[in-house]
Ligand binder design. Structure first.
Ligand code: PHE
Ligand code: ZN
Length: 876
């Protein structure tokens, strides 16, 4: 990556200067915003080399004046090259002041200070603060902030920043001001400011310590009716964090602001979280079950960051998983505790296996703590977040809940107010448990998904049963060889004869308390003695490690586990294994021109799941869902997209036919008219109902059932299910009429329009021409990330049939959009590249066409470093 400036973890040095206090004034005018900073610097005592050069970051700023100790600097006194303002020969303690002009209305990158629907808001993580003013924009420089905002009283009656309101009042010319002070030291990426005309939903939370915290959710007034769920979610989050992690909120006020233009999901700014409105606003009419769950978990996630991220923050951006992996683990436990633990685990693992495993196998593979990057925004990945959470989960599995909690208490206590590293976290876990976690640290430094192969042997004569484990990890870019991981394998041996568990006490590497076997060597073996019959091993229970388990065992054992495993996750996994082996078998037959044939054993197994009376509706739905296109294409070398899509269609049609009556009976039984509530039992029912109808939709004669569900739907879950199925159908006229009707009815509701766009873009019968037409629709706007994700993102990630069109038109279309977005919003452009970078997965024709488009993007002269990094890595 020659022209690109790569940053390395090994080059980390402590900051030269620390900050005592930062005082900011924002004067907001229609054409520009004037930012005055007043920063007290002092030499970092840890720097024994006594540095005298001050380096500050600044991007897209217009300098009005700069001074040190009130002496104005002229351009002889500093250089400003490549984002860095460098001032030589500064004293040990001094006051730095800057006045800069910025232009929020021109800011389409949505980093720094920008406008969203006429409201000013900020996004500073990771390196957006440098677009606001000159600053040591790095997370290990922490400061108290005091922020004064001045703006027009009519247009911007609401003025917000972090912490507590110190002062406010009116000014001349119909302007007003507010002064906010945040007593907690924080890095500038947690700074936030909002100025707008907003309504507020209010509530109060009383902490265990008896302190009253004001809760405020700010939204545009037409959205007030969609704030109740977020407020209740916030209250649940605050309570849960006290109970489960002993974490109590620290300020007197906690605010959330909803904005329509946002690059990500939400942001944990101290005391002032800013949310993508799609992840706050909810009500029954417009939000699906999945939507409610997601909103609740993101509200939790951002709130939990107050401790895991804000009070204890990251030393540098290589440590991103320190806050993100841990916080995703926390939000995932929150959801599991509140709803259905087994279903949550299944959902999380599905995401990991379909999306993160692909990332780990592709050109962007990186460890959860990368050792280098060009653009940090490219590392807000499934690996850092989801795999990062799995690594924390493994620690939890190894230590058990009680000891893990001691470790997390120690971590928060020891590092409160500091910027630390992932080692600091692991060392706390090591100290409280006495476990040696040196080898475990490799999870932080090695990329790729480990493979664990299992071989079993049972000797009837001697009654000995042996399990042999062999681990390996394929090479990734810059990491040709990997060392053995410390892999917790939660397991049980089931006795087929009397359906009991066998006692596993005898083995050294097995921990009785946690039921975990420690796999630490490349190869490791265990033998069980005195067995009268061959046991059935249930391995990697709850998916105790993010690995690929390869265990070539008789199908009847999967069927046995599907029926009997008392570990919910493994029961699900056994069903998936049966389906997967059937699909992969048939894939090779179809690929050679053969004909598809359904396996009657698979139908029998599915039938017994349907008839199983101990399984909840939610579990049935999860188990009976086939592995998806994206997951399967990862299992096949150079997958032929047409063959795989055709296979999935035939298989689903056969399943629909073979069990038609059951799908129909279940659908009818589940399709009752109880009043909608977002509670686990109802959610489970609806997901099972959705699965039944989805299978039936393959049979053609059920379109009446689908339209009548659409028409009678009293909630968005049902409505969106029907709309999804209609989007797949080939009945153009009907589809158009329904879509037009939907839009007319809901066009005032941004979240509904986003869902409507996304459902159409994923529809099997939606061609590239249709996508282009959607982009011409009045509701589409390329400057709004949610709209881009709804149309272009959904098409590239969720419409394999048309995205992978043989003639390459889907790839060309995507590249066109990436090039347009590159100029407007590099972060969004770069995220869309992912769909092209996995070319190695596909057949030769498609692969070459994807590479062509990557080259075409690469030739663009004004490529942002976000896009450049991804494209360069993919092509190297
Ligand atoms: N830190 C945010 C979160 O995960 C994500 C985010 C990153 C938001 C960068 C905006 C910009 O909670
Ligand atoms: Zn986060």
């Amino acid at each position: 990556m020659s022209e690109l400036n790569t940053i390395y973890l090994k080059d980390y040095t402590a900051p030269s200067f620390l900050i005592e206090k930062t005082t900011l004034t924002f004067e907001i005018f229609p054409e520009y915003t004037l930012v005055r900073s007043h920063i007290l610097f002092s030499q970092n005592p840890l720097r024994t080399d006594l540095p005298t050069q001050l380096d500050l970051f600044g991007v897209d700023l217009e300098i009005v004046s700069l001074s040190i100790d009130s002496i104005e600097l002229s351009d002889k006194h500093y250089t400003w090259v490549d984002e860095v303002l460098c001032i030589k020969n500064v004293p040990t303690n001094f006051l730095f002041e800057a006045v800069t002009k910025i232009y929020p209305d021109k800011n389409t990158s949505l980093e720094g200070l920008y406008l969203s629907n006429g409201m000013y808001c900020t996004q500073c993580e990771a390196e957006g603060f440098r677009k606001i003013t000159f600053y040591p924009d790095r997370p290990d420089v922490m400061s108290e902030f005091e922020t004064r905002i001045e703006a027009d009283l009519n247009d911007y009656p609401t003025l917000l920043s972090n912490g507590n309101l110190l002062d406010s009042g009116e000014l001349e010319n119909n302007r007003h001001f507010a002064v906010w002070q945040d007593p907690f030291k924080k890095p500038c990426y947690l700074f936030a400011l909002v100025a707008g005309d907003l309504d507020v939903k209010e509530d109060v939370f009383t902490t265990v310590e008896g302190k009253k915290v004001e809760l405020k959710i700010f939204v545009e007034s037409h959205n007030m009716h969609k704030t109740e769920f977020a407020m209740q979610s916030l209250i649940r989050s605050m309570k849960w964090d006290e109970e489960r992690f002993g974490r109590v909120y620290d300020l007197d006020l906690f605010m959330i602001v909803a904005v329509d233009h946002f690059n990500m999901g939400a942001m944990e700014n101290k005391g002032l979280n800013i949310f993508n409105s799609a992840l706050v606003l909810a009500d029954e009419a417009t939000t699906t079950d999945a939507g409610f769950e997601r909103i609740e978990s993101v509200i939790g996630h951002e709130y939990f960051h107050n401790w895991s991220g804000n009070r204890v923050t990251c030393r540098d951006w290589f440590q991103l998983s320190l806050k993100e992996g841990f916080t995703v683990f926390r939000d995932s436990e929150f959801t599991a505790d509140l709803h259905d633990r087994a279903v949550k685990r299944i959902d999380d693992v599905k995401l990991l296996k379909t999306m993160q495993f692909a990332e780990d196998a592709g050109p962007m593979a990186h460890p959860i703590r990368p050792s280098s990057y060009v653009e940090i925004n490219n590392f807000y990945t499934l690996t850092v977040y989801e795999k990062g959470a799995e690594v924390v989960r493994m620690l939890h599995t190894l230590l058990g809940e009680t000891t893990f909690r001691k470790g997390s208490d120690l971590y928060f206590d020891r590092f409160d107010g500091q910027a630390v590293t992932t080692e600091d976290f692991v060392v706390c876990m090591q100290e409280v448990s006495g476990l040696n976690l040196d080898q475990f640290q490799r999870w932080y430094n090695q990329a790729g998904t480990p493979i664990v192969e299992v071989f079993e042997h049972f000797d009837q004569a001697s009654g000995k049963y042996t399990l042999k484990f062999k681990q390996s990890c394929p090479p990734s870019i810059n990491q040709p060889e990997k060392l053995a991981f410390h892999i917790p394998i939660k397991m049980a041996l089931m006795n087929k004869a009397d359906q009991t568990h066998l006692d596993l006490t005898a083995i050294d590497e097995f921990d009785m308390d946690t039921q975990v076997y420690h796999l630490t060597q490349d190869e490791q073996m265990i033998t069980f003695e005195n067995l009268t019959s061959k046991p059935v091993a249930s391995l990697l229970r709850d998916f105790s490690a993010p690995v690929k388990l390869v265990f070539d065992r008789p199908k009847v054992e999967f069927a046995y586990l599907l029926a009997n495993d008392d570990n919910s996750f493994n029961q699900f996994e056994a069903g998936q294994s049966l389906m997967q082996s059937h699909l992969l078998e048939q894939y090779s037959i179809l690929a050679k021109g053969g004909e598809y044939q359904m396996d009657s054993d698979l139908i029998d197994a599915m039938q017994s799941v349907l008839a199983h009376d101990e399984l909840s509706d939610a579990k049935k739905a999860a188990i009976l869902t086939l592995p998806n296109f994206s997951y399967l294409s990862d299992q096949i070398d150079q997958v032929d997209v047409d063959v795989l899509l055709n296979l999935l269609k035939q298989c689903k049609t056969q399943i629909a036919k073979a069990l038609e009556q059951q799908w129909l009976d279940n659908f009818n039984a589940l399709n009752d008219s109880v009043e909608y509530a977002f509670v686990a039992s109802q959610v489970g029912k609806r997901s099972f109902k959705a699965l039944c109808l989805s299978y039936l939709s393959y049979l053609g004669q059920y379109s009446g059932l689908i339209t009548s569900l659409y028409e009678s739907a009293s909630n968005m879950t049902d409505r969106s299910l029907a709309l999804n199925l209609i989007a797949n159908s080939n009945n153009k006229n009907q589809k158009q009429a329904i879509n037009a009707g939907f839009y007319e009815k809901w066009k005032q509701d941004t979240q509904m329009v986003e869902q409507w766009l996304s459902i159409q873009s994923r529809g099997e019968s939606t061609s590239i021409a249709d996508i282009k037409a959607l982009m011409q629709h009045e509701s589409f706007d390329i400057k709004t990330p949610n709209k881009v994700r709804s149309v272009i993102g959904s098409f590239a990630m969720g419409n394999p049939l048309h995205f992978h069109a043989k003639d390459g038109s889907g790839y060309e279309f995507l590249a066109d959009q990436i090039l347009v977005l590159n100029e407007l919003n590099p972060q969004i452009a770069s995220r869309l590249c992912a769909a092209l970078t996995h070319f190695k997965r596909y057949d030769e024709n498609r692969k070459l066409k994807m590479i062509d488009q990557l080259h075409r993007i690469d030739q663009c002269k004004s490529l942002s470093k976000d896009v450049k990094e991804i494209v360069t890595r993919s092509l190297q």
